[in-house]
Design a protein around this ligand. Structure first.
Ligand SMILES: Cc1cc2nc3c(=O)[nH]c(=O)nc-3n(C[C@H](O)[C@H](O)[C@H](O)COP(=O)(O)OP(=O)(O)OC[C@H]3O[C@@H](n4cnc5c(N)ncnc54)[C@H](O)[C@@H]3O)c2cc1C
Length: 120
């Protein structure tokens, strides 16, 4: 089985490691601190005008971020409802701690994926 090492368990690293594990390879995800896997920024939101389309694409590709956003969401909104369809966007506000905990336990239960705490 091919082994792939992913450095960093932020949004990008989580999706990369999960995709690798689903492809039948062994993913080794290394991150500085296990407790900050999937740590959201100061404004814990997923989506919005600039990033909503990206979240939908990740969803279509079978990624984990949209699922985590649904499960840990505390507010779900369609932005710019009063304006035209081109500027509308979906956005969730999430429970920062629940999101992080969900991601950590999801990764720990994913077959072909191991998480390590270390600085590369
Ligand atoms: C102040 C601020 C506010 C933001 N607000 C929003 C928002 O409201 N909504 C939104 O959608 N986006 C927001 N963003 C953007 C969003 O946070 C980033 O785009 C996103 O987190 C980037 O994900 P990433 O996986 O590329 O990197 P990160 O989330 O930064 O993940 C990188 C990971 O790599 C690990 N790492 C780094 N170096 C090493 C090493 N040497 N060895 C091992 N591990 C390592 C880190 O510990 C971390 O876990 C904001 C960003 C900032 C800075």
């Amino acid at each position: 089985m091919k082994k792939v090492v992913v450095i960093g368990a932020g949004h990008a690293g989580i999706e990369a490691a999960y995709a690798i594990s689903k492809m039948g390879c062994e993913a080794i995800l290394v991150t500085i601190h296990l407790e900050t896997i999937g740590q959201m920024s100061c404004n814990p939101s997923v989506g919005g005008i600039a990033k909503g389309h990206l979240v939908k694409e990740i969803d279509a590709l079978g990624g984990i971020m949209p699922r985590a956003a649904d499960i840990t969401g505390i507010q779900f909104k369609i932005l710019n409802r009063s304006k035209g369809p081109a500027v509308r966007a979906t956005r969730t506000q999430n429970d920062k701690i629940a999101y992080r905990n969900f991601m950590k336990s999801f990764l720990e239960q994913t077959p072909n994926l191991r998480v390590y705490q270390s600085v590369v």
